[in-house]
Design a protein around this ligand. Structure first.
Ligand SMILES: *Cc1c(COP(=O)(O)O)cnc(C)c1O
Length: 378
């Protein structure tokens, strides 16, 4: 068996055809035909009110922080067990991050703890749908309504996933998706900002287009365009949009394949002897599984470390995941750290992710799970 990498980006046979169409048209910059096609795909397919493609999910989160008018002194509630960008995008606007713990059953934010973290300075909650599995959005929206807070879904991993039948990304006031090469569908680097709240629609376009009202000008709504607000160059090039579009039109095939692979892992590892050592992922009743990631937790942290090196020695590149942000150097140096968040720490020390990508084969998976089983049998 050849070495099995952790990830291979999804590249389809006909992707080049779409990218070369951009060359033929000779218009490479952003907000062209493919950008619009991608945006329309998400707006009509998932009922997102307005979609703006960005060059990363980090960009989309930064736009969200600007749109929520986050200012120095404002507080934003973020799970500790997440990627740096979830917090950093708000820190750049001057926010103080208030870290929340994860649930016991999933790495998602523990909604029962959110209310105790709210102060008069709280402005927003940023739930992260870990592994594409929904947070308890009904609870989060109820709390946000009660205290008048913005909800920004970090849906980086959550393409084509649902909460009680509602698409993730359609529930918060704003949402951010990622098309980084490690995600289910990819444009190399890429992202998407979803604007669901009417109050933010006009300003979102302006911030997207470097603080100008260029989009309104091209629709004929104003007769000249200029500098009207803050913003940046958040648009991706048409080359990236074309690459993404080539996968969007095959999204169902990509998702079906990933879900089959995920289920295959689950069946192979769902074995009583193994379950003394590891806990398989749990999908709440309100959530779907978009097979973004196959993870499990080891009951003991030292077993996790030993398992990862055993897998590596046998040519399998499995990996751990986030290091809780409340224990990061940044948090400690900025007076944000030091809380006791036992679940976030548990996932930091005990979680394992197995290789999962579109072109992974069942034989490779059987090899991966046989090495996991062999490790715990010794
Ligand atoms: C991947 C990811 C991001 C960052 O996405 P980029 O497109 O690389 O900026 C942010 N949050 C979460 C939860 C992610 O998984």
């Amino acid at each position: 068996m050849n070495a099995i990498p952790f990830n291979k980006p999804c590249i389809l046979d006909d992707s080049l055809k779409y990218v070369s169409e951009v060359f033929q048209k000779g218009k490479l910059c952003g907000n062209g035909d493919f950008t619009k096609k991608c945006q329309t795909f998400f707006e009509t397919g998932y009922g997102f009110k307005k979609c703006l493609m960005t060059s990363s999910c980090t960009d989309a989160l930064e736009m969200a922080a600007i749109l929520c008018n986050i200012r120095p002194g404002d507080e934003v509630i973020v799970p500790s067990y997440t990627f740096v960008s979830t917090a950093l995008a708000f820190v750049r606007q001057g926010a103080k991050i208030v870290f929340a713990d994860s649930e016991t059953m999933t790495p998602n934010i523990d909604t029962s703890k959110i209310e105790s973290l709210i102060s008069p300075n709280t402005k927003a909650i940023v739930p992260v749908h870990y592994a594409g599995v929904a947070c308890d959005m009904e609870q989060i929206m109820r709390i946000a309504d009660k205290y008048g807070l913005w909800v920004v879904e970090d849906a980086a991993q959550a393409v084509d996933s649902f909460y009680n039948g509602r698409p993730l990304g359609s529930i918060g006031h704003l949402s951010a998706f990622s098309f980084h090469e490690t995600k289910n569908i990819t444009s190399g680097e890429g992202g998407l900002l979803v604007v669901n709240d009417d109050r933010l629609l006009t300003r979102a376009e302006i911030i997207w287009e470097k603080g100008t009202n260029r989009s309104q000008f091209f629709r004929g709504e104003v007769n000249k365009y200029g500098w009207v607000d803050t913003g940046s160059s958040f648009l991706p090039s048409e080359l990236n949009a074309a690459l993404l579009y080539s996968q969007l039109i095959h999204l169902k095939m990509i998702q079906d394949r990933r879900i089959a692979l995920w289920n295959h892992y689950f069946r192979q590892l769902d074995d009583p002897a193994l379950n003394e050592h590891i806990v398989l992922p749990y999908i709440p009743e309100y959530a779907t599984n978009n097979a973004h990631m196959f993870y499990f937790t080891c009951r003991k942290a030292d077993a996790r470390t030993a398992l990862l090196s055993y897998l590596k020695d046998h040519g399998v590149h499995a990996t751990f995941h986030y290091l809780s942000l409340h224990n990061s150097d940044f948090a400690k140096n900025h007076g944000l750290g030091g809380q006791y968040l036992p679940q976030a720490d548990f996932y930091t020390d005990n979680l394992v992710r197995l290789p999962l990508y579109f072109t992974l084969s069942e034989d490779e998976q059987t090899y991966v799970t046989s090495v996991v089983k062999e490790f715990f049998r010794r």
